[in-house]
Design a binder for this molecule. Structure first.
Ligand code: RIB
Length: 336
């Protein structure tokens, strides 16, 4: 029975450095590193008997017409719609995609980048926030593959980027609640909120600087968990920074035998398909999710065709989708 193949991850762990550092040192870039680091990596390689995967490296030199996609949570319908937009646009240009679900786990995402690169993807489209810019830079220096960032990932100094107008999205939500006559409002802020979600919060606080901010996990269960506090604080209307948070609030309110919108108005963010199927249908700030995916794929295809052209930043508009989850608190606001 052949001995278990030593992996680059084991070498990195033994040397106490990142996988990308090991890959660079063992691929002719040792001069870029502290001699002590180089010595640790080489010692770990020799002790473990690590052999680089030359066949995979040979593959990397050729175009595979395959693009690696990293998203944080594919079970969230925002990301599944986003991936659909990416995949369908890539296919029009003869590319297929290889998807990796990051799970908000930095180590898993770092491994994903290297595993995808080993399989010779021609580039990466990254919406996951957990991989650090340092590791991304290291991997890209080795693999010389373009990166497109969007949504929860920013890396703008060295990549093309497509985002949506999150700040204006928060402002639209706030102005609508104000127009409906609400004054006692709250905003649900995810723990470790990413840059795009922080922009939404900033836009919302322009109109409601005193809004109660409640922290929770960015998930349906996170939304469900904040209902008790919303009721205790007699909140009239709540801005959930994603539709998933809003759906959790719906369940929490049902469990307390409370009504949306009579006991609490709710406005979400994304406009995933389920917004139309909950009761009452969810009023939300609509991101052009499918189009966002298409634009990311378009940027990748253009980057592969013109590797040295200047980096591109695109910002797509958002809009308010008014349905039934926000009540008119004060009809006088509609005075003619
Ligand atoms: O539901 C997922 C949320 O996180 C969306 O608002 C999307 O923009 C992502 O950032």
């Amino acid at each position: 029975m052949c001995a278990k193949k030593v992996t680059i991850r084991e070498v990195a762990k033994r040397a106490g450095v990142s996988i990308a550092t090991v890959s660079q040192i063992l691929n002719g870039k040792a001069m870029n590193f502290n001699p002590l680091t180089v010595q640790k990596v080489q010692a770990a390689r020799d002790e473990l008997g690590y052999k680089a995967d030359h066949l995979a490296r040979q593959m990397v030199g050729k175009q595979s017409k395959t693009i690696g996609i990293l998203v944080p949570e594919i079970t969230n319908s925002f990301f599944s719609t986003l991936v659909k937009g990416i995949e369908e646009e890539l296919l029009f240009s003869g590319y297929i995609s290889m998807l990796w679900n990051g799970g908000f786990n930095g180590a898993k995402e770092e491994k994903a980048l290297l595993e995808l690169a080993k399989r010779g993807v021609d580039g990466f489209i990254i919406a996951s926030p957990s991989i650090s810019d340092e590791v991304l830079k290291e991997v890209l220096q080795i693999k010389k593959r373009p990166v497109i960032v969007l949504d929860q990932k920013t890396f703008s100094e060295r990549s093309d980027e497509v985002t949506t107008d999150d700040f204006n999205g928060g402002l639209l939500a706030a102005r609508y609640l104000k127009k409906m006559g609400h004054t006692k409002v709250a905003v649900i802020v995810p723990d470790l909120a990413t840059v795009n979600i922080m922009y939404r919060l900033q836009g919302f606080l322009v109109e409601f600087p005193q809004a109660l901010q409640i922290k929770t996990e960015l998930s349906k269960s996170g939304g469900q968990a904040v209902v008790a506090e919303l009721l205790e604080q007699n909140i009239e209307a709540v801005f959930a920074l994603s539709d998933e948070l809003a759906f959790g609030i719906y369940l929490g309110m049902r469990q307390k035998n409370k009504s949306i919108p009579n006991d609490l108005s709710v406005i979400g963010y994304d406009d995933v398909e389920m917004c139309r199927y909950v009761t009452p249908a969810l009023t939300t700030v609509a991101q052009p999710i499918y189009e966002l995916g298409k634009q990311a794929a378009d940027l990748m295809i253009k980057r592969l065709a013109t590797p040295t052209s200047p980096y591109v930043k695109r910002v797509l508009p958002v809009k308010l989708e008014i349905r039934g989850s926000v009540k008119v608190k004060n009809w006088s606001v509609f005075k003619s």
